[in-house]
Design a protein around this ligand. Structure first.
Ligand SMILES: [Zn+2]
Ligand SMILES: [Zn+2]
Length: 270
């Protein structure tokens, strides 16, 4: 597996899509797997949601420096303590000595004891004020760890969903891979810019493999909760950690819910 990266993409005013892709060969062609991070720039403060993969550390630091354009990084907001989400924390804390880690940080002192004094627990429902916009932490309704959190930027209406809403587009993953993939050249496309919208089957593939538990859980309640979040938090974009940024929010919600139902019903029958 090798790595590939693109420049950061500005999604909306003050919001940037950072990170890189892991690449592999499947069915005779190269496929990519996103490991994203998102930068939100307020008038006073800046925040990075997730950290990117350590394989992309130099890339993320360079993308960040360019997007910040001389501003410091104030907040690091990893969605949960797994390597693709929190693995660059040490490098980022070193590069930005005044930055603090906020969110559901309950066990981060075990992973990063040397940075324990820079952890600021913040519960779902609470916000950080970036100046002219807020980043609100939200409960993760699709998650793979107990302390996963989502976040929402009030400035541009971007919902950051960690491992939620991952899907593949028009290529199947290689047989030994179980992750949502895209083709080289599609790394920075919004979902609506892809050649075709993802089908329910493709979303089910990514969902069933990446979030194994969804085979056993009827997620209708989770989607009702997600619809409630979208009602109270106007959302123009959804930013997943492992997938293209979604700009067709309503359409993807329908596709993803149908996919979750298909995964659940498929395994209930089988
Ligand atoms: Zn992940
Ligand atoms: Zn890519």
């Amino acid at each position: 597996m090798s790595t590939a990266f693109e420049s950061a993409r500005r999604i909306a005013d003050g919001v940037f899509w950072l990170g890189g892709c892991l690449s592999a060969f499947g069915h005779g062609e190269e496929v990519h797997y996103h490991v994203n991070a998102y930068l939100v720039i307020g008038q006073e403060r800046t925040a990075l949601v997730d950290t990117g993969d350590p394989a992309h550390r130099a890339v993320v630091l360079a993308q960040l420096e360019e997007a910040l354009a001389g501003r410091p990084l104030d907040y690091l907001v990893p969605t949960h303590p797994e390597i693709p989400h929190a693995g660059n924390l040490p490098a980022l804390l070193e590069r930005y000595p005044d930055a603090v880690v906020v969110g559901e940080t309950r066990d981060y002192h075990l992973h990063f004891p040397e940075h324990a004094h820079r952890l600021r627990p913040l519960a779902a429902g609470e916000s950080i004020d970036l100046g002219g916009r807020e980043l609100e932490l939200l409960p993760a309704h699709i998650r793979d760890l107990e302390n996963t959190t989502w976040a929402w930027d009030s400035g541009a209406g971007v919902l950051f969903v960690s491992d939620g809403f991952s899907f593949i587009h028009d290529v199947p993953g290689p047989d030994d891979e179980d992750e949502p993939v895209h083709r080289p050249g599609q790394c920075r496309l919004f979902s609506g810019e892809m050649p075709e919208p993802p089908s329910v089957a493709q979303a089910a593939y990514g969902t069933g493999r990446a979030l194994y538990w969804t085979k056993f859980v009827d997620v209708s309640d989770a989607f009702t909760a997600i619809e409630r979040i979208l009602d109270s938090h106007p959302t123009s974009f959804i930013g997943p950690a492992h997938g293209n940024v979604i700009d067709d929010v309503d359409g993807m919600l329908r596709t993803s819910l149908a996919a979750h139902r298909a995964v659940y019903q498929g395994s209930a029958v089988g």
